[in-house]
Design a protein around this ligand. Structure first.
Ligand code: UD1
Length: 426
């Protein structure tokens, strides 16, 4: 097990370059395999989730080859029916994207159901109902979803609740299913738009991505393309919050501020200066941090993935903040760890009431999930003394070279690997 050891108190300064979007890269990697020709994805992030998904895709015959740092070639011509080991599938909920890929290309699929995770149950019922609307016969047996394509039964599907994963999977399947299919109440996240841009450049006919209604005209086959992945808005938001929490002044490079409207608005409400350039954002602390309330919501609302980092910021802001989590249960578990660092927090069902304290104090804390880990790193950067954040591998799942990026911006952070006494620096 690895740790991050952080000596808090340094203000972040200079610049941080943002990587390609982790969530986009997962959806695009699988989407690229819908064709049978080479697809090149650039601005590809090097995080662990992408590595695991690449392993899963290779299991089912898809070629995934890193041609240069940030440049990945995908070729789906070798795709074949093969059971994905549960041990591999359970590591990553995105593994369920392979269901849509297989159904679209091979007209059959056999995929382990992803199961729950630290965020509580994460069902795939919308994906399955959508597959059925598009003509799949689905059976659930022994933890597996077995499905076979018949003829489409509906020409539209209303997703009960905005779901990124279900929208992605249904875009895959509809792109290679004859007829016109309408997805209603589709997710509007920038990653959905990124996927539509890639698939359209491969010859798909998708209209309306980024709105609630996506219309897809099925085509026979998709061809090769080259596509740059959008910058990671969650990574950018995490570092923006880290800068504000440490009283720093940093320019983020390779960002799209349009994807960060709500986090920018919320940061400004805390009194932090946010200056938007064309592909940069400057974040600079100005005077004391003020508290503000927050409610997570599907895009363009405040991303649930930034709720935990923002909660840390509120723990050292002046006043009391109420944070409401509407997307996932169990996304407040990081607050127990934060309390051990001196935060004043009370959780009441889907609400956290956070009363700002003047300062946090470093402590050993445990990462419960990816974004909680990033939040605890921010807490460590802002705290007095030394913080040991366990579970660095969990944070690696979504953040490329976090230690390197933060050190370059002046943070005193290093990775340690030693379960007993955390002394070996790696
Ligand atoms: C994606 C993101 C994740 C982000 C989340 C919400 C990826 C790889 N992950 O996850 O970082 O936190 O969007 O923005 O892109 N739901 C159902 N049934 C379903 C599907 C979803 O009830 O079949 C519920 C979920 O439990 C959750 C909500 O719908 O409460 C939204 O989930 P969804 O958007 O599907 O999340 P993911 O795609 O898994």
């Amino acid at each position: 097990m690895s740790f991050f050891r952080i000596e808090g108190g340094n203000r972040l300064k200079g610049s941080i370059r943002i990587s390609g979007s982790k969530n986009s890269s997962l959806a695009l990697m699988v989407g690229a395999a819908l064709g049978e020709e080479d697809v090149i994805l650039t601005n590809f992030p090097q995080d662990l989730d992408a590595v695991v998904l690449a392993e899963i895709l290779r299991e089912v015959g898809v070629k995934v080859e890193e041609q240069a740092p940030g440049k990945v070639l995908i070729n789906g011509s070798g795709l074949r029916m093969k059971a994905i080991p549960y041990e591999l599938a359970r590591k990553l909920r995105g593994s369920f994207y392979v269901a849509g890929l297989m159904l679209a290309r091979l007209k059959a699929a056999e995929i382990p159901l992803p199961g729950g995770c630290f965020l509580g149950p994460r069902p795939v019922d919308f994906h399955i109902k959508g597959f059925q609307a598009l003509g799949a016969e689905v059976n659930i047996e022994h933890g597996l979803m077995k499905a076979k394509m018949g003829t489409p039964v509906e020409n539209r599907f209303f997703i009960n609740r905005s779901s990124v994963g279900a929208t992605v999977n249904l875009m895959y399947l509809a792109s290679l299913t004859p007829g016109v299919f309408t997805l209603e109440n589709a997710a509007k996240e920038p990653e959905i738009v990124d996927l539509a841009v890639l698939l359209n450049s491969m010859g798909a006919r998708i209209r309306g991505a980024g709105t609630e209604v996506i219309r897809i005209q099925g085509v026979k086959r998709l061809q090769g393309a080259e596509h740059p992945i959008i910058p990671d808005r969650i990574e950018a938001g995490t570092y923006m919050i880290a800068v504000a929490a440490t009283g720093g002044d940093v320019i983020l490079e390779n960002v799209m501020s349009d994807h960060l409207r709500t986090p920018i608005m919320k940061l400004r409400e805390t009194g932090t200066l946010v200056e938007e350039g064309e592909t940069t954002i400057r974040v600079a602390a100005q005077g004391p941090l003020m508290s503000t309330d927050l409610e997570t919501a599907p895009y363009p609302g405040f991303a649930t993935d930034l709720q935990q980092p923002f909660g840390v910021l509120m723990s050292i802001a002046e006043g009391t903040s109420i944070i409401r989590e509407t997307i996932f249960d169990n996304r407040f578990r990081y607050l127990d760890e934060l309390t051990r660092m001196g935060a004043d927090v009370r959780v009441d069902r889907d609400r956290a009431i956070i009363k700002g304290v003047p300062t946090l104090s470093g402590a050993p804390v445990e990462t419960t999930d990816l974004r909680a880990g990033a939040a605890l790193v921010i807490a460590g950067l802002a705290a007095e003394g030394v913080t040991l954040v366990s579970g660095a591998e969990v944070i690696d799942r979504g953040y490329e070279r976090m230690v390197e990026k933060l050190r370059k911006a002046g943070a005193n952070i290093e990775r340690l690997r030693d379960v007993e006494n955390c002394q070996e620096v790696v």
